[in-house]
Design a protein around this ligand. Structure first.
Ligand SMILES: Cc1cc2nc3c(=O)[nH]c(=O)nc-3n(C[C@H](O)[C@H](O)[C@H](O)COP(=O)(O)OP(=O)(O)OC[C@H]3O[C@@H](n4cnc5c(N)ncnc54)[C@H](O)[C@@H]3O)c2cc1C
Length: 288
């Protein structure tokens, strides 16, 4: 590994100042579970590593009681997995966090690291898309907000400039009678990444669907929303036949590739199956 300087700012302001001065050569370190292997393999060679562990603002979870949720970028997958505030109305986020790596990995891995690393298979992205979270981003000109669906710009690319950082995720309350789920398929049960991941979120009113959101992982360079499937569900009673039709429409939103972990055909099949399953569960959870 190449030599690098390490700084440990203890406020967001200091962090932003450091990035303004040396952002083009710097990398933020949260849990390090993506960053350190990439540095060891020589894929990236920052001359400065900025450790976020002393920045309180990015390590907290706020809200959750019908107020909306604010999740600091350096909150760990394990914290999300067990947080009562998250497990309440935002269960799909906790489910996605619980699937990351092993317990040891989850104790380090953060939601911000997962999103900013921007792997197409990132598990924590799809539920944040379906729950319409916004990324709160800090830079030299202050803070800006970007809807999660627009945060990713390509494989391992986001809208973040080198002098910007993700501060937190702002997740609006889904309201009453809303339910969601995240499921993924991996060839191995543990320590594997998603061949396909699907998050669905449904909001019901008098038995009809008033809002549907479906997001797919690992079937395109970035997470994608299955908007035609969402439109088919909205305004309708969510019957098994309609779920089947929506699952078919979700397949059309996927642009998967063939690789050693799954063929295009297999991935399209998984999108149909996982969309169907997550919609069935989302409908059940929304009905309570
Ligand atoms: C054994 C193993 C198993 C894994 N399994 C899974 C899995 O099942 N599912 C999955 O999705 N991932 C998995 N991962 C990948 C990884 O653990 C996750 O992506 C994790 O959430 C990354 O978080 P981190 O805090 O470790 O990020 P880091 O490695 O610290 O950072 C990742 C990237 O994000 C940048 N970054 C971090 N925080 C910020 C911020 N606040 N603002 C701007 N940039 C920032 C860093 O500079 C770096 O480029 C696995 C990794 C390992 C090693």
């Amino acid at each position: 590994m190449r030599r690098f300087d390490l700084v440990l700012p203890n406020s967001l302001e200091d962090c932003v100042k450091i990035l303004a001065e040396r952002g083009d050569r710097a990398k933020l370190l949260a849990g390090g579970t993506d960053l350190l292997p990439q540095m060891k393999n020589g894929v990236i060679k920052p001359s400065l590593v900025v450790d976020l562990s002393g920045v309180a603002r990015v390590r907290q979870i706020h809200g959750g009681n019908g107020q909306g949720l604010r999740i600091g970028a350096a909150v760990t997958a394990r914290e999300l997995e067990v947080s009562p505030a998250v497990r309440g109305a935002y269960l799909a986020i906790a489910e996605s966090a619980a699937l990351v790596g092993s317990l040891q990995v989850r104790n380090l891995a953060t939601v911000g690291g997962n999103l900013c690393n921007a792997a197409p298979s990132a598990d924590m992205a799809p539920p944040l898309v379906t729950l319409e979270a916004e990324a709160v981003i800090a830079g030299p000109k202050g803070e800006r907000r970007v809807p999660m669906a627009q945060f990713f710009s390509g494989v391992r690319e986001t809208v973040l400039a080198p002098n910007e950082m993700l501060v937190e995720l702002s997740v609006p309350s889904p309201g009453a009678h809303s339910g969601g789920q995240y499921l993924r398929h991996t060839p191995r049960r543990e320590l594997d990444i998603a061949v396909v991941g699907v998050a669905s979120q449904l909001t019901l009113e008098n038995g009809r669907c008033v809002k549907a959101r479906i997001a797919l992982a690992s079937v395109a360079p970035t997470p994608v929303r299955a908007t035609a499937a969402e439109r088919a569900l909205e305004g309708q009673t969510v019957t098994p036949e309609l779920i089947e039709r929506a699952a078919g429409l979700a397949v059309d939103a996927a642009q998967p590739i063939d690789d050693q972990r799954g063929s295009i055909e297999f991935r399209r099949h998984l999108v149909r199956v996982l969309t169907r399953r997550t919609l069935v569960t989302a409908r059940e959870r929304a009905s309570h």
